[in-house]
Design a binder for this molecule. Structure first.
Ligand code: 9MR
Length: 391
């Protein structure tokens, strides 16, 4: 049943215009079973987010928590049925893949790639160059290290090439460089910035990744690009200069960590101006947090009206992507408020309730708004290029 938050007039329009009856079931009912070339048929509902997005060539993804995938049946079923791309929330980060210097552990990431293949999903690789979640043998804080600059250069090249080669052919989009700028639009003084004596590490990282897998789409990924301002402008100037130098960059990821206490950003214009540089764009880590009660009710908004603001933010974030032809994927940063990074990170004051599914993995009103937007999106420009047009 559709939630009362949906205006009735819009609901009937959905059924007429969209041609898809929205069952309101976000999980269980099997829909058409497209037959993959090999392997098991994949079952997912015709009104799933992945099926509805595919009609305009958009991929609708999610970050995946590998502690839950496979062991939590409801979680695993939703991950397979609702999404056409998956992003490892943590398991492809350097700290996880090379905890001890010289010894790789790909097990969890390989399991996600296998899951994606089984479910006809593409994979966003996340992330190759970052200052967070580095192994302690490399750096404990991302800004200091005992290793020399020349050693760091050799290590970064090896890390990128070993990892990209390991997953060669299996990754649709790589987040090659993540969060190289701070909130003031200044380059972060990370171990990479210091080793190169500037931002030159970014061009090298893209070139090395491209050598290792020429078919993967290579992205720069960051937060707050959604808002026009010093940070968005700094990243715009960076990627413009990378394009001018013929560095193999294909796209820019707008993380989209939104909060109802701030105004809704100038997202569509920012997506469009980056796209106008000849780049793909994507919303890569969307969540919409709001003020919530103290634990154990950290996912219950303090203001009972907050979910309406959240619905609006989700809807506008999706529509901004739909309106820009070069926006090829829309990815919430997980599903199920219990698994979100938000309550643990923003706890004074407490925030949470940021995803489309609640703590019991039941779809929230935000889910139904997004589902309806997708059902009504047949007039949006159809996306093209590798990975688009199918689900
Ligand atoms: O969701 C991730 C969380 O589980 C990790 O503890 C955290 C470590 O910094 O990283 C989170 O994911 C981040 C992503 O990799 C990059 N953009 C910001 C995300 C939220 O912090």
């Amino acid at each position: 049943m559709l939630r009362s938050a949906l205006p009735i007039g819009v609901l009937s329009a959905t059924i007429l215009l969209g041609g898809v009856a929205l069952s309101g079931s976000a999980s269980a009912e099997p829909g058409p079973a497209p037959a993959p070339a090999s392997g098991q048929p994949v079952h997912y509902p015709a009104d799933s987010l992945r099926a509805l997005s595919a009609r305009v060539g958009l991929r609708f993804g999610t970050a995946v928590n590998m502690d839950e995938l496979g062991s939590n049946a409801a979680y695993t079923r939703i991950a397979a049925e609702q999404f056409s791309t998956v992003t490892p929330e943590n398991v492809m980060k350097w700290q996880l893949v090379e905890p001890n210097r010289g010894t790789y552990d790909w097990a969890a990431a390989d399991r996600l790639v296998a899951f994606a293949k089984d479910n006809k999903q593409l994979v966003r690789g996340h992330t190759l160059v970052w200052h967070n979640q580095l192994p302690t043998w490399l750096s404990s804080d991302g800004f200091t290290t005992t290793l020399s600059n020349s050693e760091l250069k050799v290590l970064l090249k090896k890390h990128i090439q070993d990892q990209v080669k390991h997953f060669r052919g299996d990754i649709w989009q790589w987040d090659v460089v993540n969060e190289a700028f701070d909130d003031n639009g200044q380059p972060r003084q990370t171990i990479w910035y210091k080793a190169w004596g500037g931002l030159g590490y970014i061009a090298d990282a893209f070139r090395w990744a491209h050598e290792a897998d020429p078919k993967a789409l290579l992205f720069y990924n960051d937060y707050n690009l959604e808002f026009t301002g010093v940070k968005s402008n700094a990243v715009y100037d960076l990627v413009k200069s990378l394009k001018a130098q013929r560095v193999p960059i294909d796209g820019v990821g707008f993380q989209g960590h939104l909060d109802t206490q701030y105004g809704f950003p100038d997202l569509q214009n920012n997506l469009q101006r980056f796209a106008d540089l000849g780049l793909k764009v994507a919303e890569t880590e969307v969540d919409v947090r709001t003020f919530t009660q103290a634990p154990p009710n950290e996912n219950t908004p303090t203001d009972p009206l907050a979910p309406y603001a959240q619905e609006s933010y989700w809807s506008r974030a999706l529509k901004a992507c739909l309106a820009v032809r070069e926006c090829i994927s829309f990815t919430p940063w997980g599903f199920g408020d219990t698994y979100s990074w938000i309550p643990g990170w923003f706890d004074d004051p407490q925030e949470g309730a940021a995803l489309l599914y609640d703590g019991n993995l039941q779809p929230k009103s935000q889910y139904y708004v997004i589902q309806q937007d997708l059902a009504l999106a047949s007039g949006a420009p159809h996306r093209s290029g590798p990975g688009a047009g199918r689900d």
